[in-house]
Write a protein that binds this ligand. Structure first.
Ligand SMILES: *Cc1c(COP(=O)(O)O)cnc(C)c1O
Length: 457
């Protein structure tokens, strides 16, 4: 039958709306939503017909309406089990939060709070006060402000200090961080003029020195957080840049990317710049994310000289990028774990980094036993991920389910479509599941999901 005639077989919107099952849908939900969903289903059917398919029967169309309605009434954002072994997985929501952080967020969200209220004086207060004391205590900085994320921290800093001035940056650091977020674009947006010095692989201190003029607003360093240039390379240390900035009286801004407050080398990982070190060696402002190695909610933190932080606070953009109360509560609770010296056991990102191999092995073996035949335990590597410690990994044990490509892809799809979805890694014709990034309380759900997927695959 010609496509033109097949379109005629499609029932009308009203006809589908009069179906008993669809009527039940219309009664419960937002008025009008049933009509929208029926139109959507008919439109998809028309597209399918245009693509050469047969017209669906009335019953099939009702089924697809019910399917679409099911999806429409459920939020699309939901928890997943991360079995990829990538600890800070940007696509999977970066850092999972500690119980204390979650409780603090829930507590200030449920009711009112003293977000901008001085309890003792009974007067208006500042939302910035809550984080400032814990941030300055932890980092030794004079002052601090936290905003929506590190991208907005950069935009605010450059707009405030670099507007109409020049910012000197190494060509090797004028990079794209990810998701199309490019340092040069943010600079352009802020009104600062970018002065690139050196080459992609080699920039010397004298390159920075030669670029300093009356127009210079600051020197900026950007930590190469998601790539590494190896081999024939030179970049001055933050120490050397600190000396130059003092000698020539220009500001030094350090975007260290990940907010690392602990020593990564204790876990045989490459050293990551720490906030304190950067401040001590001469950076006037240090910028970092709240949800990478810091292990808190999405945030961008700026710590450093009090007069500069005060300028940031007064800038109109500060209001546009301010943090909300739940994130302030969550970040504060996360930082308190560091103050109390319990980050390694309480902050999930660090707990995952610090989990002993024997513990991971024990869980991988338990998973293998629970799913029965088909799985075996292999050596592997977990990645830090998330624009922190590029290329850095930790030894781990994996549950591997071998099979040919099509079967493994099908298995991975079934796991992703399960409830809760489980995200695995595929490598060399094996499906790999890493216990390091699966929270122990998720073990039962993971085992059930794998068993179910194996049964039907
Ligand atoms: C991740 C990162 C950013 C962006 O931080 P968000 O918190 O994701 O906005 C900026 N600079 C560097 C060096 C980064 O690693």
């Amino acid at each position: 039958m010609a496509a033109r005639n097949r379109y005629r077989l499609l029932p009308s919107v009203d006809r589908i709306l009069s179906d008993e099952r669809v009527r039940a849908l219309a009664n419960g939900g937002e008025p009008g939503i049933a009509t929208i969903i029926v139109r959507q289903a008919i439109e998809s059917a028309r597209l399918a017909i245009a693509g050469g398919s047969e017209a669906p029967t009335e019953d099939q169309l009702v089924e697809s309406v019910l399917g679409l309605a099911g999806a429409a009434f459920e939020p699309s954002l939901r928890p997943v089990i991360n079995a990829t072994g990538v600890i800070i997985h940007t696509n999977l929501g970066r850092a999972p939060l500690s119980d204390d952080a979650i409780e603090a967020m829930a507590a200030v969200s449920r009711g009112y709070s003293n977000l901008e209220f001085e309890l003792e004086a009974g007067e208006r207060g500042s939302r910035y006060a809550h984080l400032e004391s814990v941030l300055t205590r932890l980092t030794g900085a004079e002052a601090a402000i936290a905003v929506n994320n590190n991208a907005s921290a950069l935009l605010l800093t450059l707009s405030t200090l670099g507007h109409d001035g020049e910012i000197i940056i190494s060509r090797g650091q004028a990079v794209e961080i990810g998701g199309g977020f490019r340092i040069p674009d943010v600079m352009a947006q802020s009104g600062a003029r970018l002065v690139e010095v050196g080459t992609t692989n080699r920039t010397y201190l004298r390159d920075y020195e030669a670029a300093i003029t009356e127009q210079t607003a600051a020197i900026m360093r950007v930590h190469a957080s998601n790539f590494r240039i190896v081999g024939f390379t030179v970049a001055p240390s933050i120490n050397e840049l600190g000396s130059l900035s003092r000698k020539r009286g220009v500001l030094l801004i350090d975007d260290i990317g990940s907010g690392c407050l602990l020593d990564t080398t204790e876990f045989r990982l490459a050293p990551e710049p720490t906030v304190r070190e950067s401040l001590e060696t001469g950076a006037h402002l240090v910028l970092f994310s709240g949800d990478k190695l810091l292990g808190g909610p999405q945030a961008g933190v700026i710590v450093g000289r009090a007069d500069l932080v005060a300028q940031l606070r007064r800038h109109p953009l500060a209001r546009a990028v301010r943090m909300d109360k739940a994130s302030i509560a969550g970040l504060t609770a996360t930082l308190h774990h560091y103050l109390r010296g319990e980050a390694l056991t309480k902050v999930p990102v660090w707990r995952m980094i610090a989990t002993p191999l024997s513990e991971i092995e024990r869980r991988a073996r338990r998973w293998a036993r629970a799913i029965g035949q088909g799985g075996r335990v292999l050596d592997g590597r977990s990645m830090i991920g998330g624009g922190s410690l590029p290329e850095e990994s930790l030894p781990t044990r994996l549950l591997a389910i071998p099979g040919e490509g099509g079967y493994i892809a099908e298995l991975a799809l079934r796991l992703r479509m399960g409830d809760p979805p489980v995200i695995a890694r595929i490598e060399r014709d094996s499906l790999l599941l890493d216990p390091r990034t699966v929270q122990p309380e998720e073990d039962r759900d993971l085992i059930t999901a794998v068993k179910t997927a194996l049964e039907v695959a």
